[in-house]
Write a protein that binds this ligand. Sequence first.
Ligand code: ATP
Ligand code: MG
Length: 565
Amino acid sequence: MRISQLFGKTLRDVPAEAETVSHQLLLKSGMIHQLAAGVYSYLPLAWRVLRKIENIIREEMDRAGGQELMMPVLQPIEIWQQSGRDRSFGKTLFTLCDRRERTLVLGPTHEEVITLLISYNVRSYRDLPLLPYQIQTKLRDEPRPRAGLVRGREFIMKDLYSFDVDTAGLDKNYQAMLRAYNNIFTRCGLPAIMVEADSGAIGGKDSHEFMLVAPSGEDEIIYCEGCKYAANAEKATSIKGKVEGGEPAAIEEVATPGMTSIEQIAAFFKVPQSRTLKAVFYAADGAVVFVVIRGDIEVNEVKLKNLLHCDELRLATEAEVSKAGIVAGSASPVGLAGIKIVADDSITTGTNFIAGGNKPDTHIRNVNYPRDFKVDIIADIARARAGDSCPKCEGKLASTHGIEVGHAFKLGTFLSEKMGASFTDAEGVTKPIVMGCYGIGVSRLLSAAIEQNHDDKGIIWPLPIAPFQVHICALYMENPQVAATAEKLYAELQAQGIEVLLDDRMESPGVKFNDADLLGMPVRVTVSPRSLEKNSVEVKRRTEKKPTLLPLDGIVEKLRELISG
Ligand code: ATP
Ligand code: MG
């Protein structure tokens, strides 16, 4: 491709709305264009990258037994009502009304459609397993589209679904998919880390996410420095160390005028925050829930939401709190009645805690569970933090940020039961099909690749997904010798099957070099009057600072070596 003819112009300045590096570079390089919030056109350079990623994905999915198909974007709302997921997706579902006043959903994912399709096609255990997949545009009305292609409202996803006769079959396909995912990200030149992930309210089933580590990533990853434990912070657990509080003593009320925060209380009683109990109030589908947790630990709202099986969880408003009869600032589960109490299991790690007195300006000391209060549910609802102890090896946990580029999930029989997807086994017994689902954010991966691979001048494409492998900068095209040499090299490289971009514009060397750095092809070849004096060209990898002068004689072979190594 000649840059003079390439559809897509590089920009001098970065549009002000782009806050992440990948968003800035994708816009500045002219690779994408925003049509509406979270809705983009992919120009030819970006589309080449996406196609390369897709091809790697296809090869690995096919190799793992996948069969590619294509399902509709338009889906009747009834199938979402049948699964009950119209409620959990809520406003994220894009809906429209057709001319017959029927509501349709623009597919945010395809579990419902594929499970119905399977229900029509599978009768017997002999028809299974099946691993259908597609690569398709998905639509989600995200509350906060951000970072360009990282969180779009329209985006490209690969979604594969596994259908098996039993959990042993599911386990096998799940493992095969995790291996395929590792191959995909490795082959793209984008090493991802696999982390344990939240599996939602269905609970108990395995789920893993693949993350590209990047400071701009929305997801916090908690990992162990000693063993291989790594989990999304939404799911991560840690050991809650014991706190020494002595033999349980008698409860004692203490006046604490004006003190409401855990910091104030800990300082006043001269104890660490871990010796206090904190109360936090939530509204779960509108009903107030009283949460009690050790003072030094924060509530993990994802764990809490799963535990409560609710569709909406948020902090309760002041009005809701006082209407429930709670004395904010001095609240505690001691003597509290008529309200659901959920406790983090950290309340069992010590004795003689300081807690609220349930009347203004009052706290109590020597609170002991279960001696002094009862709870409705006790479970792990804590946020694991860097510095905590690893739940697997007791080593030290650390934290980093990542972009979720893939997700594997053991669905079990939840959806097949709802959608009526069953089979008859060898004994003639009808059973629900056991399901798994596996997504990769194809367009998100394009952005994530740039988040991971760039410098202050531009993109540094990993070779396997670069739009072109070689970028020829022909300096002073008006010089006939430069033009002839560049054209010849361009033709020869193409004849060898090498993907090459030729900067044949009448632009200054500065503009050409800046654009080469911005566009980020792995190898740059500069043809200039000066290099030709020595019958040579300058060759530089995008990752190198300085070019090397290489003789024109044998240059095609040399470049081939560079891009195959
Ligand atoms: P997130 O937690 O980031 O909202 P999700 O868990 O809802 O994502 P899945 O339903 O697991 O997403 O979708 C599979 C994959 O699709 C994700 O791993 C991610 O890479 C990609 N993806 C999801 N939502 C978006 C989006 N709005 N824009 C781009 N890619 C997305
Ligand atoms: Mg996910």
